[in-house]
Write a protein that binds this ligand. Structure first.
Ligand code: ZN
Length: 172
């Protein structure tokens, strides 16, 4: 259970998401983005702590990404506890890997490292605004990108392989 009272948007998301189809769900979840980053991360963490099957996998993934980008090291224990309870859902890939990515980001922060180290370790997508794409070359379903972390300036080479049902990223 949450260690703090639920924020108003958390209450609304948990109440309204189960009744919505994907597009209106996404529109509602975008309200996270207009909150200050700290508050958005707290709402997202609260949703992960309190979600069930009806909340939906889309909400879980969006909230995991929000915590990955804006969560704080002090939220790590709560996120790890939520990871044990979030619903599994069926799908081509286990969405809980997104929660693992967020956990890795908060672990990196707890070790005073940049959260980009966790994205590299988890081989997830180099998404803006955290990563800036410097260049890109494609051949045979494989795109090789040069990206830079907007937080610390470190540059990475990332391969995106589109020959599967969903893109596979490999960080060099
Ligand atoms: Zn970085």
């Amino acid at each position: 259970m949450s260690s703090s009272p639920l924020l108003p948007l958390t209450v609304r998301l948990l109440a309204e998401l189960p009744a919505l189809k994907a597009d209106p769900q996404m529109a509602l979840l975008r309200e996270l983005q207009v909150l200050p980053p700290d508050e958005a991360a707290e709402v997202a963490l609260q949703v992960l702590e309190n979600m069930d099957e009806a909340t939906g996998v889309l909400a879980g993934m969006v909230c995991a990404e929000e915590v990955r980008q804006h969560g704080k090291a002090g939220q790590l224990a709560r996120l790890q506890a939520a990871r044990q309870r979030v619903p599994t859902f069926s799908g081509l890939r286990d969405w809980r890997g997104d929660v693992d990515g967020a956990i890795a980001a908060l672990e990196a922060l707890a070790k005073k490292r940049c959260r980009c180290a966790s994205v590299r370790a988890n081989n997830t997508a180099p998404v803006p605004p955290m990563f800036v794409e410097l260049s890109s070359n494609s051949a045979n379903y494989v795109e090789v990108m040069q990206v830079r972390c907007a937080l610390c300036g470190r540059e990475y080479t990332v391969e995106r392989d589109d020959s599967y049902h969903y893109p596979i990223f490999t960080w060099r």
